[in-house]
Design a protein around this ligand. Structure first.
Ligand SMILES: Cc1cc2nc3c(=O)[nH]c(=O)nc-3n(C[C@H](O)[C@H](O)[C@H](O)COP(=O)(O)OP(=O)(O)OC[C@H]3O[C@@H](n4cnc5c(N)ncnc54)[C@H](O)[C@@H]3O)c2cc1C
Ligand code: SF4
Length: 448
């Protein structure tokens, strides 16, 4: 076993068999018989509420009917023509608050149709054996579009633009494409390098060139892009993290949760990732839950999520809170972090003040709470790196645009987490990219 600096922090806490078990697919795929039975539960509603609830508007009854008929290629086409990342969304969409919540079977007090798993069944079958191309590009338009950010928003935009006959250059500051599909989503939601396999398939349409390790604001500017390209799409996500000042100076064991999750996704094997024995995660969202559950799965003996408000205020859904508890993560509410306590520049505990929430405002009380900890992960939100988008109008820290992502600048569209007014979900980023591409195409056609 490799010991890290603090005795509480170490990797290789578990056997290989335990790691394999803990990091296996959280929602294993359906087999052919299960898929057929599940597909036959669908009422094939007219004006289906599930389709309305899906941010990408997939014709859900239609793809489910195709699965029931054994036409998996047709089902995949129905899904992917609306949502080119239908494979990833099938794995990570919070279906309990989207399509499955709206399922008529659900509202009749039954179990909803497992739309996410059926979507995965069809798209996985296609990816495993694509055969001839599902989509054919339109004739070349001679137009060139720059997409900045190779996350779900940028790649979805690039694919639709390529389909419409445009040439697309995609720039990303990272060394791998995928954005949070590659660096952020929980390991047990997307196993076996699915993000890269999906990107490889998506790029097979042609007409898209990836330029990795290229950062807006560093290697090129918005101005240079607008001069060189016919249009520009920004899907740069929220690349900054909110910080809490909990300790003066560096201290081993204090880390932000996004980096911790990225280290899990990028490790050759999860056994390499260092984790504490007593882990405290600060925050109330999906990132806090994913960090906490993965810390537990790495072998931490105690993991506590501490949130300054109550369970109803958490942005992590009820299902996610259940998932945390199911994985032995403790949830502590109404406590605001004050400071990290350290010995020899290593975390030993964290102090909180008890809080009350009055009309949505958190007020710290005099009573305190101290939790022993050798690792503290902060998950208190991400933010736009505003210096990257100098000149664009912002509101609430995000870029202003119309419903199609068009900004006040003639050639610039935006989408995904960096755009004002979203829910910060993968599926929504895909939809933003698609809508912007359609609008860019319309604008370019109007010019020619
Ligand atoms: C830990 C975590 C877990 C999540 N889990 C889920 C989940 O289970 N389900 C779900 O639906 N959503 C989940 N989300 C939210 C989801 O990942 C995002 O909503 C989605 O990835 C947004 O897509 P995007 O394309 O807008 O941004 P991103 O995925 O962030 O991609 C942005 C891309 O832009 C690049 N970029 C940034 N700045 C620059 C620059 N200056 N120059 C060049 N490139 C740049 C980045 O490198 C990145 O590749 C999670 C988010 C986090 C943080
Ligand atoms: S993309 Fe997501 S919300 Fe839409 S149907 Fe598929 S699983 Fe449901």
């Amino acid at each position: 076993m490799t010991q890290a600096k603090s005795p509480g922090l170490c990797n290789e806490r578990l056997s290989l068999a335990q790691y394999a078990n803990h990091f296996a697919d959280a929602h294993p795929p359906l087999n052919a018989i299960q898929a057929k039975i599940e597909a036959e539960r669908c009422y094939y509603c007219y004006d289906a509420p599930c389709t309305i609830a899906c941010p990408t508007g997939i014709d859900i009854p239609s793809f489910i009917a195709k699965i029931a008929q054994g036409n998996l290629r047709g089902a995949a086409k129905t899904i992917l023509e609306e949502n080119i990342m239908g494979g990833m969304c099938a794995r990570v969409c919070p279906t309990e608050v989207l399509c499955e919540q709206a399922c008529v079977r659900n509202t009749n007090q039954e179990k909803p149709v497992e739309i996410g798993l059926l979507q995965r069944h069809a798209t996985d079958a296609h990816m495993a054996n694509p055969g001839s191309a599902l989509f054919t590009r339109a004739n070349k338009t001679g137009k060139k579009i720059a997409v900045v950010g190779a996350g779900p928003a940028g790649l979805s935009c690039a694919h639709r633009l390529a389909l419409l006959g445009h040439e697309v250059d995609v720039f990303d500051k990272n060394s791998k494409a995928g954005g949070l599909n590659e660096y952020g989503l929980a390991t047990y939601k997307t196993t076996n390098h699915f993000a890269q396999k999906e990107i490889e398939w998506l790029l097979s349409i042609g007409g898209i060139t990836l330029h990795l390790n290229q950062a807006l604001g560093q290697d090129f500017s918005l101005e240079s892009l607008t001069q060189t390209y016919d249009a520009v799409f920004l899907g740069i996500g929220l690349a900054g993290v909110n910080q809490l000042s909990l300790h003066t100076g560096p201290v081993t064991g204090l880390q932000n949760a996004v980096d911790f999750i990225a280290s899990l996704r990028q490790a050759n094997h999860v056994k390499e990732v260092v984790v504490g024995n007593q882990v405290v995660v600060i925050g109330g969202g999906m990132t806090a839950v994913d960090a906490a559950v993965q810390a537990k799965k790495l072998g931490a003996s105690e993991v506590t999520i501490v949130y300054r408000k109550g369970p109803d205020n958490m942005s992590a859904s009820v299902e996610e809170q259940k998932w945390a508890r199911l994985n032995d993560v403790r949830l502590q509410f109404y406590a605001s972090p004050v400071r990290v306590l350290s010995e020899q520049e290593t975390v030993v505990a964290i102090e909180f003040s008890k809080s009350v929430v009055v009309q949505g405002q958190v007020t710290a009380q005099t009573e305190t709470l101290t939790l022993a900890a050798d690792m503290v992960l902060t998950a208190v939100g991400q933010k736009l790196q505003v210096e990257d988008v100098n000149g664009l109008a912002l509101q609430d820290g995000k870029i202003q645009c119309d419903d199609n992502g068009k900004t006040a600048y003639a050639k610039i569209w935006v989408g995904g987490d960096c755009r004002l007014g979203g829910k910060d979900l993968t599926v929504e980023a895909v939809q933003h990219g698609k809508l912007a591409a359609i609008d860019i195409d319309k604008a370019l056609n109007a010019l020619s």
